[in-house]
Design a protein. Sequence first.
Length: 45
Amino acid sequence: MDSMEPIPPLLVKSWQNLRVSLMTKAWLDSCLSSSSRNMTRMMSE
């Protein structure tokens, strides 16, 4: 069982970048949805 070769750092870096971009996208989506909800509430009043 010596197929446990070290993970190339490039792969680790791209995985971290992917995770960060996904988290940022989720954060932006939640911010946008909450702000649009606030806008519709202000307009309906």
